[in-house]
Ligand binder design. Structure first.
Ligand code: NDP
Length: 394
């Protein structure tokens, strides 16, 4: 029987474990390993019939990971720890010749910058080991990449522009909290914006560009241009693309809190001295903020994430919108996690399922849009993330 090793017992890890357990014919034995065993125990106790084995691991340490992968004889590693651990886990997969999947691209803890460079550089080593690495199999990146590949395959001869639109209209009742890991989330949204046009990256100030978008089942929302990692791979793989942008919704209260925290230095990632101890402000802030995994129970409302693609089919201009709406309360009722974790964990499970079934296969390191989107889209509908495709009148 197969063994699936899931690393990271946070909000996303919980969803992946639940969903793999629901597809146990594919995933076989499930091993959940993370830094804090208590979190693994909680998830294990939610699935008493699933026979989940739990382990502790420090995923920053490649050697420790190699021992764990060998000990459990893993057929695949699903990395849903933090982006800081991507490289150490990839290296352990290379050493043990074990297929690898993650949901977010590598970030160095001391530098608020993310790019695929260091992960793509491991392509040769993955090839030599004869294994596949699937990068960014969450929602965005992840499903948004697959939406682009699906639009390209079925709706266009050439796509000229893509806008990725990410709306979370969830309300958890707190004045300020983040829906996934606070450090990763706040680093992403406080960074300068960037989009790609005519072969060049154009930088903007944080939150400089705003667009109001009418999200189906949610309504009109202020959406701000951010840099987001899937654009780096999409500009390589969607031929003929002239512009790609990414927008995310933020409410007034969130932005005011964030600005204030930034102004007083709480978003800093450099160490500061406090009463003879060194602390990193952003890490301290994470300690104060509600644990994202605890928000599930309180969150109401919906998410709507999708892409608007515009281009040509048979010589005619065309514009389509592909999107997915999830309801926080329904997600919680199913797997005890809110929709942000749900919409990340389900695609992680689907990516791993397609790899194990051999429907997506290859040797080397890949992004999601490089594979046939149809099999992934079929799974989305079956596994709890139905999507819609609408033609937009021009
Ligand atoms: P959480 O902070 O809730 O969970 C992260 C988990 O990883 C925690 O259980 C944590 O352990 C564990 N962990 C951290 N460091 C280590 C380590 N050194 N060794 C072992 N375990 C470790 O994050 P989320 O679940 O919200 O996010 C998980 C991943 O999903 C992140 O990479 C995030 O960027 C990504 N993501 C991707 C999205 C997408 O759409 N593509 C959207 C949202 C998230 P401990 O409990 O001890 O802290």
């Amino acid at each position: 029987m197969r063994t699936t090793l899931i690393i990271g017992a946070g909000g996303v890890g919980r969803v992946v474990v639940h969903k793999c357990a629901m597809n146990s014919d594919v995933f076989g034995n499930i091993v959940l390993a993370s830094r804090t065993i208590g979190r693994c125990e909680t998830i294990q106790s939610e699935l008493p019939n699933a026979n989940i084995v739990i382990k502790t691991v420090d995923a920053d340490k490649t050697q420790e990971l190699i021992s764990l992968i060998n000990e459990v004889n893993a057929d695949i590693v699903i990395n849903v720890a933090l982006p800081y651990q991507d490289l150490s886990i990839m290296d352990a997969c290379i050493a043990t010749k074990t297929p690898y999947l993650d949901t977010a691209n590598y970030e160095h803890p001391d530098e608020a910058k993310f790019e695929y460079k260091l992960q793509w550089e491991r392509d040769e080593k993955f090839k030599e080991a004869g294994i596949m690495g699937l990068l960014g199999s969450g929602f965005d990146p992840g499903v948004t990449n697959v939406f682009c590949a699906y639009a390209q395959k079925h709706y266009f001869d050439t796509i000229e522009t893509i806008d990725i639109l990410d709306c979370n209209d969830g309300d958890h009742g707190y004045a300020f909290a983040t829906n996934f890991n606070p450090e990763i989330n706040l680093r992403e949204v406080s960074a300068k914006g960037r989009y790609w046009e005519e072969g060049e990256w154009i930088q903007t100030e944080p939150m400089e560009i705003k667009k109001v978008w009418d999200y189906p089942e949610v309504g009109e929302k202020d959406s701000y241009l951010l840099y987001h990692e899937e654009m780096e791979s999409l500009v390589k793989h969607i031929k003929g693309l002239k512009r790609i942008r990414f927008f995310m919704t933020f409410g007034e209260s969130y932005l005011t809190h964030m600005k204030c925290l930034e102004n007083v230095g709480m978003l800093g990632i450099e160490e500061v001295e406090h009463k003879g101890q060194k602390i990193v402000p952003m890490e301290f802030l994470k300690t104060l903020l509600p644990d994202p995994a605890s928000l599930g129970e309180r969150t109401k409302g919906k998410t709507n994430i999708g892409i608007v693609a515009e281009g040509y089919k048979d010589g005619k201009k065309k514009k389509i919108y592909i999107y997915q709406v999830s309801d926080h309360e329904k997600c919680y009722a199913e797997v005890k996690s809110q929709a942000v974790s749900y919409t990340t964990g389900v695609p992680a499970m689907i990516g791993a399922k397609l790899m194990l079934e051999g429907k997506w296969q290859g040797q080397g390191v890949f992004n999601m849009e490089e594979f046939d989107p149809d099999v992934f889209m079929d799974e989305l509908s079956k596994q709890g993330l139905p999507f819609k495709v609408e033609t937009i009148a021009r």
